[in-house]
Design a protein around this ligand. Structure first.
Ligand code: NAP
Length: 257
């Protein structure tokens, strides 16, 4: 069975590890190419955009893909919308591997907002020391609040931050709670800004902020659609098994099922 996994997440990596050992599965992982040196995956990898939903539908047809898995980040809205449209256009079944969002627990001091513009506004008018962990794309929203002192953590260098008081910290997940608390103490962080990305690999900052009693501005994840939604890679493998056993054989691939 030919499978295309839209990746760029730890979940996509775990799914790739599960699929790599399966002789009946011919899977490829697709990355956007945002991270300059992505860690190698145990499956063949293609890198770069498809050219919108139409381009992705064309790829699905040309490569005779029989199942599409959207395992992209909860905030990667465009590719997820393209996946829904392209899967429908090409007649390819689609599964979404969606991490559950984090939920606040006792001791958390969250202000939840809908987007990065609202996150910048939620920092308020008094200058604060901000740990900004929203990724490289979208930092521009914080130019609307230039009076804060930002410690900006990203995986790759975002170039000119356009913020008068900002320092860059290049690092990549996973991050554990003790190290995050150490960073927050050392840098005298007063408020954390984060997307609600879900999953364990970046949850340490939430635990650290809770332990230190720090407020957190949390950007809510956008809504996601899709035919079959799973919150773990094993669920996706079960879904693929179901498709495989229902498939009429190689002729099915020709029909684009
Ligand atoms: P996006 O806004 O939804 O997508 C923008 C464009 O990038 C898409 O239209 C598509 O180009 C291309 N693209 C995105 N993901 C792709 C993939 N897996 N394979 C091939 N092309 C892809 O996405 P984004 O927020 O920039 O995120 C890009 C990648 O980084 C995603 O794979 C995501 O999983 C990962 N990521 C995102 C975040 C985040 O906070 N947004 C965090 C961690 C990781 P075409 O239209 O030309 O096909």
């Amino acid at each position: 069975m030919r499978v295309l996994v839209l990746g760029g997440t730890g979940e996509a990596r775990r799914l790739a590890e599960l699929l790599a050992g399966r002789p009946d599965t011919d899977a490829v992982v697709s990355l956007a190419g945002r991270t300059r040196a992505p860690a190698p995956l145990p499956l063949p990898t293609r890198i770069g955009g498809f050219g919108g939903a139409a381009g992705l539908a064309g790829y699905l047809r040309t490569a005779k893909v029989e199942a599409l898995v959207d395992a992209t980040h909860p905030f990667a809205e465009r590719i997820s919308a393209n996946a829904v449209e392209a899967a429908a256009a090409a007649g390819v079944p689609l599964a979404v591997l969606a991490r559950p969002a984090w939920a606040p627990v006792a001791g958390d001091r969250w202000t939840e907002v809908d987007d990065l513009t609202a996150a910048a506004a939620a920092l308020g008018s008094d200058p604060r020391r901000v740990l900004l962990t929203v990724g490289r794309i979208g930092l521009a929203a914080f130019r609307a609040a230039p009076w804060h002192a930002y410690l900006v953590r990203t995986i790759d260098d975002p170039g000119d931050l356009g913020l008068p008081d900002a320092r860059l910290l290049l690092d990549r997940p996973p991050f554990d709670a003790d190290a995050e608390a150490g960073l927050m103490r050392r840098e005298r962080v007063e408020v954390l800004v984060t997307k609600n990305s879900g999953g364990p690999s970046t949850y340490g900052k939430i635990e650290a902020a809770r332990a230190l009693g720090l407020p957190v501005v949390v950007v809510r994840p956008p809504m996601r659609g899709g035919a079959a939604v799973f919150d773990d890679p094993e669920g996706v493998v079960g879904w693929l098994d179901g498709l495989h056993s229902a498939s009429p054989g190689p002729a099915g691939a020709e029909r684009g099922v």
